[in-house]
Design a protein around this ligand. Structure first.
Ligand SMILES: C[S@@+](CC[C@H](N)C(=O)[O-])C[C@H]1O[C@@H](n2cnc3c(N)ncnc32)[C@H](O)[C@@H]1O
Length: 281
C-alpha cells in the first residue's frame, strides 16, 4: 500500500488493503481526510501502552536510540514518545490501515521532520532486513478468548500466545547490537514460556515494570484451569469475588550485551502490587 500525507491529519491510501509502505510526503493533492476524531476514540491508548510509555521515558535516556519500530503501533503514541526521546528514524507496523492512518497524523504533528515509515503488515512479515535500536510492542495476548471491549477493534484483544510467539521468534533478527525491546507481557500468558523462547534465540529478558489490574469475572472465567492453577495466587489474586492480575513490561536484549540502564530494583520502577516474577525472567 502506498499512501501520502497531504497535510497533517490526512493520510491517503492509493491501494487499501494490500501490504506495503506508507510514504509520508508534503503533497497537497485534495483527498477526503479520515474521521480522526472517531479513530482516536476507537484507538485510545490503553493502560498497557501507558506502562510502556513510562518505561520508554525512564530507560531510553541511558541508550542511544536512532532507528526504532513499534509492532502493532495502533495510535502511534509510542513512536511519538520515542521521537521525543531522540529517535531519528521511526517505523510503525499494523494490520489495521486505520491505525496507520491515525499514527501517520499523530506523528506528523508530534515528530515533524523525523523520517517515518508505516507498514500495513502482519508482525515482521513486510519489515525489511534492518536492525533496530529499540523495538516496542503491546500486542494482544490475553490467554483466553474474551468478549471484545465495547468500541474496540477485534485486532486489539485476546488470541493467547499466537502473536506474542511469532513476534518473539522474529525479534532476534531485527535487534541491533546493544539494542533493546520493551514489550507488555501478561503474567497469565506464561513468562517461563517466553524466557525459554528468548533463550533459544540468544536473547535475555528482565521485568522492568509490574502493575496489577482488575479483571472482570468473565475474563477470568474464560481462563483454562491449567492457567489458573499455575498463576493463582502468584499473579492472579481473588478477593471476595474480585480478581486482580499482574502484568509486566519486559526489557529484552541480546545475551551478553551490556545493560546500559539501571536495574529495575534500584530504579524503583515497580508500582502497584509487587510480583514474585520481578527480576530476570
Ligand atoms: C493493544 S493495541 C496497541 C496499541 C498501541 N500500543 C497504541 O499506542 O495505541 C494492539 C495493536 O496491534 C495491532 N495488531 C493486531 N494484530 C496484529 C498483527 N498480526 N500484526 C500487526 N499488528 C497487529 C492492532 O491492530 C492494534 O493496533
Amino acid at each position: 500500500m502506498t499512501a501520502t500525507l497531504t497535510e497533517p491529519g490526512a493520510l491517503v491510501s492509493s491501494d487499501p488493503g494490500s501490504a506495503g509502505h506508507f510514504f509520508l510526503s508534503g503533497s497537497k493533492a485534495p483527498q477526503p481526510a479520515p474521521d480522526y476524531a472517531a479513530l482516536s476514540v476507537r484507538m485510545r491508548p490503553s493502560e498497557y501502552t501507558a506502562a510502556l510509555l513510562r518505561v520508554i521515558e525512564q530507560r531510553s535516556p541511558a541508550l542511544s536510540i536512532r532507528r526504532t519500530i513499534d509492532i502493532g503501533t495502533g495510535s502511534g503514541v509510542l513512536l511519538a514518545a520515542l521521537a521525543h526521546s531522540g529517535a531519528t528514524d521511526l517505523w510503525g507496523v499494523d494490520v489495521d490501515p486505520d491505525a496507520l492512518s491515525l499514527a501517520g497524523a499523530l506523528l506528523a504533528s508530534e515528530a515533524p521532520g523525523v523520517p517515518i515509515t508505516l507498514l500495513n503488515s502482519h508482525l515482521w512479515n513486510d519489515v525489511p532486513a534492518l536492525r533496530f535500536d529499540a523495538v516496542v510492542a503491546n500486542l494482544p495476548h490475553y490467554p483466553a478468548e474474551v468478549p471484545l471491549s465495547p468500541g474496540r477493534n477485534p485486532s486489539w484483544s485476546g488470541g493467547g500466545r499466537r502473536l506474542l510467539d511469532e513476534f518473539l521468534d522474529g525479534l532476534a533478527g531485527h535487534l541491533a547490537p546493544g539494542g533493546v525491546a520493551w514489550i507488555t507481557h501478561h503474567a497469565l500468558a506464561g513468562l517461563d514460556v517466553s524466557k525459554a523462547m528468548l533463550t533459544r534465540h540468544g536473547l535475555v529478558a528482565e521485568v522492568v515494570l509490574t502493575w496489577t489490574v482488575y479483571e472482570p469475572g468473565d475474563r477470568v472465567a474464560a481462563l483454562s484451569p491449567a492457567v489458573i492453577a499455575a498463576e493463582r495466587p502468584r499473579s492472579l489474586r481473588c478477593i471476595a469475588g474480585y480478581h486482580f492480575v499482574d502484568s509486566h513490561v519486559l526489557e529484552i536484549r541480546r545475551a551478553g550485551d551490556p545493560v546500559a540502564t539501571s536495574s529495575p530494583a534500584s530504579a524503583g520502577l515497580q508500582f502497584g502490587s509487587k510480583s514474585s516474577h520481578t527480576g530476570t525472567v
